[in-house]
Design a protein. Structure first.
Length: 368
């Protein structure tokens, strides 16, 4: 990110959020212990190097931590067309009955297909040996959400009428991000998941929450820091490169979210006692700010938070280090300030912090 690429406030280009990252700083594996990862404290006048287990000492009694309780599903599946051609399917979401073609099916999904030639509607695909070989079949129904959509709608058919979540659990692979170069393993199945994940539906982890373990949660409780949760099912679009020059022209992908009544009550109580609302991850920020902007406690959101955005809910943010030129870089720049994020990222690179999903984290205060 260089000053020469800076444009007028509120009129940024994608290149404004670029930076050079040494490849060796891209974490390929998680820290040996979740809370042993590093934490860059960006709430002080100067950056302070800490460890994640220090987090409870940085918060105050009465603060409210809000987590995203989505659960990563094994959404990457390998199969073949009826003609024998190999393919890869990444399921983006399981459709609700009202979203299906017949208004009743529990077995329709939409996702990304990697295949040499896209199938025609009605085309059959076989996964893990197919329905009669211990796996399942999929019938291609068309594009989604319309004929110009980038995603593909499929109907899954297993041998025992199993729903898509059961089929993914049995035959799928952990959908590791594209910058992690190894094949998924049993360790990834355990560690690319938060300790409080409970609502299946994400194809990417809310990575800031990966650092929490039982010891940190216990220390937070002892400190009288309150907790609440929201759900946002992270989609593969979070990794999609921006294809426009000016960020104002970018169209965000949609993700499904929900804010329970208990969390609304916790937010109100936090404000009443003068505590800070601390979002764990950008997905939690997007969920809370979507609710605040729309008044809707559940639905789809494509909120795009860029510098100049007026935050209505979140006071502090725990987040990992993000991809250059990504929408998440824009969000954290909006939250803490463009120049402040530049400064913190320079510090992180100079001090060899680990980046991206399995990397280290930082604590930010909202720019006032």
């Amino acid at each position: 990110m260089t000053d020469s690429h800076r444009t007028a406030f509120g009129d940024y280009s994608v290149v404004d959020f670029d930076f050079e990252l040494p490849p060796e700083l891209i974490a390929q594996h998680p820290a040996e212990e979740r809370s042993a990862s590093r934490l860059l404290d960006g709430t002080c006048a100067e950056p302070v190097d800490r460890h994640f287990r220090d987090l409870p000492s940085l918060l105050s009694p009465g603060d409210l931590l809000v987590f995203n309780d989505t659960q990563v599903v094994k959404a990457r599946l390998y199969g073949e067309k009826a003609s024998g051609g190999k393919l890869e399917l990444l399921i983006e979401r399981v459709l609700l009955p009202q979203e299906s073609t017949d208004g009743a099916s529990r077995h329709e999904v939409v996702g990304h297909l990697r295949v040499s030639k896209k199938p025609l509607p009605g085309g059959l695909m076989h996964f893990a040996g197919g329905r009669h070989g211990g796996g399942f079949d999929a019938t291609f129904l068309g594009r989604w959400p319309d004929e110009q959509g980038q995603l593909f709608r499929l109907h899954l058919q297993g041998p025992n009428d199993e729903d898509p979540y059961a089929l993914m659990a049995r035959h799928g692979h952990v959908p590791l991000p594209p910058y992690i170069t190894h094949e998924d393993s049993a360790d990834d199945e355990r560690r690319y998941q938060t300790v409080f994940a409970k609502v299946p539906g994400a194809v990417a982890a809310p990575t800031a929450a990966l650092h929490f373990d039982e010891s940190v949660l216990a220390a937070l409780q002892e400190k009288e820091v309150h907790t609440a949760s929201v759900t946002l099912h992270v989609g593969a679009g979070t990794f999609a490169p921006m294809k426009v020059e000016r960020i104002a022209e970018h169209v965000m992908h949609h993700e499904r979210y929900a804010v329970p009544d208990s969390t609304l009550a916790a937010l109100q109580a936090c404000r009443s006692r003068g505590g800070n609302v601390v979002a764990v991850g950008t997905t939690t920020v997007r969920t809370l700010e979507s609710w605040a902007a729309s008044g809707e406690t559940k639905g789809d959101t494509n909120i795009f938070i860029t510098p100049g955005y007026d935050f209505k809910v979140v006071d502090k943010l725990i987040t990992n280090f993000h991809l250059p030129k990504s929408t998440l870089m824009m969000l954290v720049s909006a939250f803490a300030g463009y120049e402040e994020i530049r400064r913190l990222y320079r510090h992180a690179i100079e001090h060899q912090y680990r980046f991206f999903s399995y990397g280290d984290s930082m604590l930010l205060s909202r720019k006032r």
